[in-house]
Ligand binder design. Structure first.
Ligand SMILES: [Mg+2]
Length: 249
C-alpha cells in the first residue's frame, strides 16, 4: 500500500522520551514527605497541641486509596491527576484536623512541590538532537496522559502542540486528544505518525484513526504480527532510521 508522505509526528512523553519510573517514585514519596515535614514545623510554630505526625496517622497508602476513591466518584476526572491529588490531599488534611482553608493551602503547597519533582525527568540523550532535526521536516505534537509541567522543559520548544489528555478529561486511548492534536497540526490522520510505548493507549487509538504508529516496545516479547502501519522499535533512538527506511526523510 502506498502511503502519503508524513507531515506530522505526535509523541507520547512518559516512557517514550524518558524513563519515567524513578521520577514517579521520587515524586510520589517526595512531595508527601515534604508536606509531612512542613506541616509539623508549621503546627509547632503555632504552638498547637500535638496531634501526631500527619504521615504517621495518614500514611501514603491512605493517600493512594483516597485518590482511587476520588477517581471512582468522579469518572470524568479520572485522568486529571493533578485535580485528584490536590483534592485527596485536602481531604486527608481535613481528616487530620486542619480547618478548610489551611487544608487547601497545604494541599496546594504540596502540589507545587509535586510539580517541581515531577518535571525533573531526564530525556534520553538522543532525544534533543533528534527532535531538533525532525522539527525541521515535520510538525511535531505531544499527547500525554501524564501531568508533568511540560511547559517548564526546554524540550517543549520543539512541539507546535502539546496536549495534556487527562486535563481535557479525555485520557488516551480516547481518540479526542489525537484528533485535537491533528487538527491543531493541520494534518489528516493518514499523514501522521504517533510514537508511544503503550499498545493500548498509544498504538491502538492511533491506528484506529488511520495514523501510522511507532511502538516503543522495549523488551516486550514478540507476539502476533503487527497490524499494517505499526512499526516496532526497541527505543526512541531508532525512530530516524525508521523514517528513513519508510522513505520519509
Ligand atoms: Mg508512555
Amino acid at each position: 500500500m502506498t502511503r502519503l508522505p508524513l507531515q506530522a509526528l505526535t509523541f507520547d512523553l512518559d516512557d517514550t522520551l524518558w524513563d519515567n519510573r524513578e521520577v514517579m517514585t521520587r515524586t510520589e514519596q517526595g512531595h508527601y514527605a515534604w508536606l509531612d515535614d512542613a506541616l509539623a514545623e508549621w503546627l509547632a510554630e503555632r504552638g498547637e497541641p500535638s496531634r501526631g505526625r500527619f504521615a504517621e496517622r495518614l500514611p501514603i497508602t491512605a493517600y493512594q486509596q483516597r485518590r482511587q476513591e476520588l477517581a471512582e466518584r468522579h469518572p470524568l476526572r479520572r485522568g486529571d491527576f493533578t485535580w485528584i491529588r490536590e483534592h485527596a490531599l485536602a481531604s486527608l488534611l481535613k481528616e487530620f484536623g486542619l480547618p478548610h482553608e489551611a487544608a487547601w493551602h497545604w494541599a496546594a503547597r504540596a502540589m507545587e512541590h509535586f510539580h517541581d519533582l515531577r518535571v525533573q525527568v531526564s530525556p534520553y540523550p538522543e532525544v534533543e538532537p533528534m527532535l531538533s532535526e525532525l522539527g525541521a521536516r515535520y510538525r511535531l505534537g505531544s499527547i500525554t496522559n501524564g501531568n508533568l509541567a511540560f511547559d517548564r522543559l526546554p524540550l517543549r520548544r520543539h512541539f507546535a502542540v502539546a496536549i495534556a489528555a487527562g486535563e481535557i478529561h479525555a485520557p488516551k486511548p480516547d481518540p479526542r486528544p489525537f484528533l485535537m492534536a491533528l487538527a491543531r497540526l493541520d494534518t489528516p490522520p493518514a499523514r501522521a505518525m504517533h510514537v508511544g510505548d503503550s499498545w493500548k493507549e498509544d498504538i491502538l487509538p492511533a491506528i484506529r484513526l488511520g495514523m501510522q504508529a511507532a511502538w516503543i516496545a522495549g523488551d516486550t516479547p514478540h507476539g502476533a504480527p503487527l497490524p499494517v502501519g505499526v512499526h516496532r522499535l526497541a527505543h526512541i533512538r531508532e525512530l530516524p532510521a525508521l523514517l528513513e527506511k519508510l522513505g520519509q526523510q
